[in-house]
Design a protein around this ligand. Structure first.
Ligand code: DMJ
Length: 546
């Protein structure tokens, strides 16, 4: 009845409010006690650098501010980051973590800048200060990919490149988790380098699969020998599979999808038992570890993206039963023993089960998933809250805490929790928000930002596939134009050389005048002018000078 519906709505608003309070309790405490360090230490109320030295929590939390509707704080933080963060530092950083948290966070913030009410430079979303920061950070990672196979080293020094003593052993996810951020960078900026290196690494990794179609956990990226041969869907591998699926969706890429489908067949065949996924030896398929890892809990969400709902729902139920047993997901859970594994009893406030609940609630509307959200919220408030933030749970059996709040707590856990309770949020896509005024379309509805929904990178940073298409098309048109102009300005051609570029000249003019010069921010922003319109500008350039 109507009154029950009203009650449900009121309750949902109350939960959204509580999730916001959780965010600000942790976020304000980070700013007050830990910034500019990477992370807050929630037991000692101070900060520490962990994954680099780039105020990681602030970068990772930036787009969550907008998700919660805080445009002014988003603007303030975006400008603080532009003024303070420097990637020219003598720090050994994880290539994987820097990519998913820093590059991913900055790209997402860049793409949301308009919605956040920021002043945009001409050419956005194909240019902008946050995009340049993301590009800067990503360039620092490129030396890691200069290997005989194209598979990257795991660590790089941001100032000096890869150390000569660096180990060639990288985990599978550390090789195959770049395509979303790197293709986004390439398509927005027009520099194909990033997408190319990510694809080369993916193809090299694909070639190393075993005869039964599985990959292991750690590989020597120089010799291509598998150093750790456990095959599964959790730690060390997880986001490789995630990026094949999301990369296929974002880039409409059949190669990536067919790679995933082949892996999925092998995974279902060899590792799945009663809708749990075990670890098996990658060549023989024999069980090596009958355990469930909390990182695996992203899998039902990914399966739901592929339309495999029945199996996703059953696997989720298995994982949710573990959550109910402990009030959180232990890092490792022994399936035969039905209990935690020694030294892996912790719950560092990871997002994966909540992430899957969000996708499955969207797909089914089943309130079980909201119940998981309520359980997670209550549990985190009860077990992990400290006067200074939220602390990783060291042991779910006795609720001992660790002095750490990972940046993914604000980037992912809170964001997915909020999005679970707000199914009409703009990030879910589908134009359900009823506004849409910010979205501008080009001719014939092309290049409509946000129209194709958003793809979350593995750190929950939303990326807009429409922007990639828009800037990619823009770049393609620019290239065509440049080719025409080059032909026309060849000796013997009918036309005269084009005039010098004047200040404030249009982008078409600048292309006409200096083919091949270093790119300046394009003046045509999304939605771009149709090709024919620019050709007429081009016509004028020549008319004016003849
Ligand atoms: C995050 O950094 C990412 O989700 C990554 O893919 C896995 N580990 C953490 C969250 O658990």
């Amino acid at each position: 009845s109507v009154s029950i519906l009203i009650l449900i709505y009121v309750e949902i608003f109350l939960y959204l409010d509580r999730i916001k309070s959780m965010f600000y309790h942790a976020y304000n405490s980070y700013l007050d006690n830990a910034f500019p360090y990477d992370e807050l230490r929630p037991l000692t109320c101070d900060g520490q650098d962990t994954w680099g030295s780039f105020s990681l929590t602030l970068i990772d939390a930036l787009d969550t501010l907008l998700v919660l509707g805080n445009r002014t704080e988003f603007q303030r933080v975006a400008s603080i980051l532009q003024d303070t963060v420097d990637f020219d530092i003598d720090v050994n950083a994880s290539v994987f973590e820097t990519n998913i948290r820093v590059v991913g966070g900055l790209l997402s913030a860049h793409l949301l800048a308009k919605r956040a009410g920021m002043e945009l430079e001409p050419g956005w979303p194909c240019s902008g200060p946050l995009l340049r920061m993301a590009e800067d950070a990503a360039r620092k990672l490129l030396p890691a990919f200069e290997t005989p196979t194209g598979m990257p080293y795991g660590t790089v020094n941001l100032l000096r490149g890869v150390s000569p003593t660096e180990t060639p052993v990288t985990c599978t996810a550390g090789v195959g988790t770049f395509i979303l951020e790197f293709a986004t960078l390439s398509r927005l900026t027009g520099d194909p380098t990033f997408e190319n290196v990510a694809r080369r690494a993916l193809r090299a990794l694909w070639k190393t699969r075993s005869d039964i179609g599985l990959v292991g956990n750690h590989i020597d990226i120089v010799s291509t020998k598998w150093v750790a041969q456990d095959a599964g869907i959790g730690a060390g591998v997880d986001s490789y599979f995630e990026y094949l699926v999301k990369g296929a969706v974002m880039l409409q890429d059949e190669e990536l999808l067919s790679m995933f489908q082949a892996y999925d067949r092998a995974i279902q065949n060899y590792t799945r038992f009663d809708d749990w996924y075990l670890w098996v030896q990658m060549h023989k398929g024999t069980v090596s570890m009958p355990i469930f890892q909390s990182l695996e809990a992203f899998w039902p969400g990914l399966q739901s993206l592929l339309g495999n709902l029945d199996s996703a729902v059953r696997t989720f139920q298995n994982y949710y039963s573990v959550w109910r047993q402990f009030g959180g997901l232990p890092e490792f859970y022994s399936i035969p023993q039905g209990y935690t594994v020694d030294k892996r009893e912790g719950y560092p406030l990871r997002p994966e089960l909540i992430e899957s609940a969000m996708y499955l609630f969207r797909a089914t509307g089943d309130h079980t998933y909201l119940q998981l959200g309520v359980d997670a919220l209550e549990s985190i408030e009860k077990i992990a809250k400290t006067p200074c933030g939220y602390a990783s749970v060291k042991d779910l059996r006795d609720h001992q805490l660790d002095n750490r709040m990972e940046s993914f707590f604000l980037a992912e856990t809170i964001k997915y929790l909020y999005l679970l309770f707000d199914p009409t949020h703009f990030l879910h896509g589908g134009g359900t928000e009823g506004d849409g005024s910010w979205e501008e379309g080009g001719e014939a509805g092309e290049c409509v930002l946000g129209a194709g929904g958003f793809i979350f990178n593995t750190e929950a940073h939303p990326l807009d596939p429409a922007a990639l298409y828009c800037c990619g098309r823009h770049d393609q048109d620019r290239q065509e134009l440049q080719d025409i102009l080059l032909t026309l300005s060849q000796p013997g051609s009918q036309s005269k050389p084009p005039p010098k570029q004047t200040e404030g000249g249009s982008q078409s003019e600048s292309i006409a005048l200096k083919p091949g010069e270093k790119k300046t921010p394009p003046l045509l922003s999304c939605p771009v002018q149709p090709f024919s319109a620019r050709l007429s500008i081009l016509g004028q350039v020549f008319t004016d000078n003849t």
